[in-house]
Unconditional design. Structure first.
Length: 152
């Protein structure tokens, strides 16, 4: 019994440490996530939007517009620069956990690869990389990100 309680509190400790509750709160209960993406020209909520969250929204908008193009048979380049992902401040520092940088690099690679090929397969690989990082550091928006996939 003591052992059991210990296991429970240990897993709770790791949950808190990995910040998944926190991230779900920030990423999932954000009412803006349920409205259709619109171009981000200004800071929408100066009190609550981290640099990283704003960059993520920009990426979401960029992909949503590429998706529309690709479905009409027009694969165009992603011209926005998302390298700020490495330095952008997150809502909470623990969101940028150990695996963050590796996934961010994978994302940069997939973006380059897409720009070289500009087809649906390369596009879907970008979206899969988004999801892979989110599984590790921020599960809240995964459903929304999955909607960016193009199923043929
Ligand atoms: C390297 C890890 C990583 C990758 C890759 C990544 N994300 Fe994120 N994403 C995060 C983290 C961490 C947050 C939480 C940011 C914060 O709250 O400061 C986030 C937040 C978000 C949000 C919520 C923003 C808000 O309004 O609060 C969306 C939507 C999102 N990401 C979409 C995407 C899309 C689309 C991609 C792929 C193009 C992507 N993400 C790739 C880690 C990642």
């Amino acid at each position: 019994m003591i052992r059991f309680t210990w296991v429970i509190s240990l897993s709770f400790f790791f949950m808190v440490l990995s910040g998944c509750g926190h991230c779900k709160m920030f990423c999932h209960k954000n009412p803006k996530l349920d409205t259709p993406p619109k171009p981000q020209t200004a800071v929408v909520n100066p009190n609550g939007d981290s640099e990283l969250a704003l960059l993520m929204r920009k990426m979401t908008d960029a992909l949503a517009s590429k998706k529309l193009g690709l479905m009409k048979g027009e694969g165009t380049e992603i011209t926005e620069d998302f390298t700020g992902i490495f330095t952008a401040k997150a809502t909470s520092p623990h969101m940028k956990n150990k695996s963050f940088e590796g996934f961010a690099q994978a994302l940069m690679y997939q973006l380059e690869n897409y720009n070289a090929i500009k087809n649906i397969r390369a596009y879907n690989s970008i979206v899969q990389t988004c999801v892979a990082c989110h599984q590790q550091s921020c599960p809240g928006p995964i459903d929304r990100i999955n909607k960016l996939m193009i199923y043929l």
